[in-house]
Design a protein around this ligand. Structure first.
Ligand code: IMP
Length: 197
């Protein structure tokens, strides 16, 4: 069995890149698509798993390196689980994450449902150049909160996980890293690939 000594982390999102790097063993060299001048693929899947596999396949083919990709997003129950796979695109549409968070809060308010339940979902896919791939999903349940905190990235300031009184935006980096949706997906994946470490 060929041991893993380097891995391409298939994302241009700096927040994700850092989290995934910090979850992987220190001894593995982490490579960014930026270093190899590889752009992002078009995400035309209709589920997190499809988009995760599209990214892993694309970056792996372009680099010929073992690749780990994530597709993730925020599902808000009273908004029919939107923005979901469109989480990143909502931010593009509204000119950034701050405006997208304001928009989500407005839509939740307008829904009149008084239901603030939400979850973050991550699907991690590891793909080898020979075509073998494994995908795993992680989910963390919580509630939509008023914008609080400056830590993290993306929608962190409006997500408060169940059982906590801080949003991800208020939590310190390590605390969020060791409990979020990506961590949960990674733990499942790790149990299947740890013999390669
Ligand atoms: P994509 O997977 O590249 O399509 O983007 C996922 C979107 O969800 C991005 O806009 C992220 O910022 C957001 N997102 C995913 N994970 C997190 C997280 O841990 N915190 C905050 N936002 C996240």
């Amino acid at each position: 069995m060929k041991k893993i000594n380097q891995i391409l982390i298939g994302t241009h999102n700096k927040g994700k890149f850092k989290e995934i790097s910090d979850l992987l063993p220190k001894k593995i060299k982490k490579i960014s698509p930026v270093e190899l001048n590889i752009e992002s693929p078009i995400e035309n899947g209709s589920t997190f798993i499809e988009n995760s596999q599209i990214k892993a396949h694309f970056f792996c083919k372009k680099s010929n390196l073992l690749t780990l990709s994530d597709d993730s997003g925020l599902e808000v129950e009273c908004l029919n689980n939107e923005p979901g796979i469109y989480s990143s695109r909502l931010a593009d549409q509204y000119g950034g994450f701050y405006n997208a968070m304001i928009e989500i809060l407005k839509r939740v308010e307008e829904s009149g449902k008084k239901n603030t339940k939400a979850k973050f979902v991550s699907v991690l896919t590891i793909q080898w150049p020979d075509g073998k791939k494994i995908s795993e999903t992680g989910e963390i349940i919580g509630n939509i909160s008023k914008i609080r905190g400056n830590n993290g990235f993306g929608y962190d300031p409006i997500f408060m996980p169940i059982g906590f009184s801080q949003t991800f935006g208020e939590m310190n980096y390590k605390k969020k890293l060791m409990m979020d949706h990506r961590f949960l997906a990674y733990k499942k994946l790790e149990s299947k690939i740890k013999d390669y470490f």
